[in-house]
Design a protein around this ligand. Structure first.
Ligand code: AMP
Length: 278
C-alpha cells in the first residue's frame, strides 16, 4: 500500500516508523518509465521507498512554463502503487517553502555553464528544493536520472559540501524506441515535433561515433552534432557542448571522459539530452 502524505510532520512520523535504508526519488510528477526506473532502483536497494511529487515554482524561469507543467496526481499515485512505493509525499507549496522562507542554495562552478547559463536561477531553485527534500526525508540514498547530468553533478557537490548524509545515485536515461529520452515535457510536442525530436539522440550518436573513430577535437565533435541537427528544420538549437565530464568546462581537446550535451527547442518545448564519451 502506498500512503500519500501532505505535511512535513506526517512524513516525519511515517519515516520514524519506517524500515531503513530509506530511498528517495524526487520528481515533479507526470511520471513515466524514466521515473519508474528510479523507483525500481530504490526498491531493489532500500527497505522504504519515498517518492516526492512537487512541481517546484522556484525552478521555473518563466511562470507560463510552471503553469503549463503537466499534472495528474491520481495517475502518478497509481504508478507509484504499481511500483511498490511505500510513501508518496505530495506537499502543498507552503509545506516545502515554509512561511517566511528566505534561503537560497547556490552551487558554484559546476552549476554555471550549460543549463545554468541558459536558464538563470533555475539551478538555485533545484538546489534549494533538493536540500529541503534531503532535510525532510533524511534518506540514505537519493536517485536521480543521468538525463539531467549537470543536475546530478551539482547535487553531489552540494551534498558533499553541506555534509548531507544522503548518497546521491545516478541512474541511466530511459529512452523511447527511436532514442528520444523520456520527459514529462514530451507531452507538449505535436506529432511533427515528436518525430523531429529523435534528432537529439541522433546528434549525440554522431558525436559518439566520431569519438569512437578517434576524433578528439571538441570543435569537430560539436560540429558533428550541429550538422545532424541542421538536417532537422523543426530543431531550434539552444546549445551544443562537449565538456569535461567532471568540471563541465568546454573542451578544445578531449583527453579524458567528456560529456556531450545539447538543448534544442521544438516549437515552445525545450528538450535536453546528453551522452558520456568515455
Ligand atoms: P522530473 O520529474 O523531470 O524533475 O525528474 C525527476 C527525476 O527523474 C530526475 O532525477 C530526472 O533526471 C529523472 N528522469 C527524468 N527523465 C528521465 C529519463 N528519461 N530516464 C531516467 N531518469 C529520468
Amino acid at each position: 500500500m502506498t500512503v500519500v502524505l501532505r505535511t512535513r510532520d506526517e512524513l516525519r512520523s511515517a519515516l520514524a516508523a519506517a524500515g531503513r535504508p530509506v530511498g528517495l526519488v524526487p520528481t515533479m510528477g507526470w511520471l513515466h518509465d524514466g521515473h519508474r526506473a528510479l523507483m525500481r532502483r530504490a526498491r531493489a536497494a532500500d527497505a522504504t521507498t519515498v517518492v516526492t511529487i512537487f512541481v517546484n515554482p522556484r525552478q521555473f524561469n518563466v511562470s507560463a512554463d510552471f503553469d503549463r507543467y503537466p499534472r495528474n496526481e491520481d495517475r502518478d499515485v497509481a504508478i507509484c502503487e504499481a511500483e511498490g512505493v511505500d510513501i508518496v509525499w505530495a506537499p502543498p507549496v507552503d509545506e516545502v517553502f515554509v512561511p517566511g522562507f528566505d534561503t537560497t542554495v547556490r552551487v558554484g562552478a559546476v552549476a554555471g555553464p550549460l543549463e545554468g547559463a541558459a536558464r538563470p536561477g533555475h539551478f538555485d531553485g533545484v538546489a534549494t528544493v533538493v536540500s529541503i527534500l534531503f532535510g525532510v526525508v533524511g534518506a540514505d540514498h537519493a536517485y536521480f536520472g543521468q538525463k539531467d547530468a549537470q543536475q546530478v553533478m551539482f547535487i553531489r557537490r552540494m551534498a558533499l559540501d553541506l555534509a548531507i548524509p544522503t548518497e546521491v545515485i545516478a541512474c541511466p536515461t530511459v529512452r523511447e524506441p527511436d532514442g528520444l529520452a523520456l520527459s514529462s515535457r514530451n507531452v507538449h510536442l505535436d506529432p511533427a515535433e515528436r518525430a523531429a525530436a529523435a534528432v537529439l539522440h541522433r546528434a549525440l550518436a554522431r558525436a559518439h561515433e566520431a569519438w569512437d573513430a578517434g576524433e578528439r577535437s571538441g570543435e569537430a565533435l560539436r560540429a558533428a552534432m550541429r550538422r545532424e541537427l541542421a538536417g532537422e528544420p523543426l530543431a531550434d538549437v539552444d546549445y551544443v557542448s562537449v565538456a569535461d565530464a567532471a568540471t563541465l568546462v568546454e573542451l578544445d581537446e578531449v583527453r579524458g571522459p567528456a560529456l556531450a550535451s545539447l538543448a534544442v527547442r521544438f516549437g515552445s518545448t525545450r528538450l535536453i539530452d546528453n551522452e558520456l564519451l568515455d
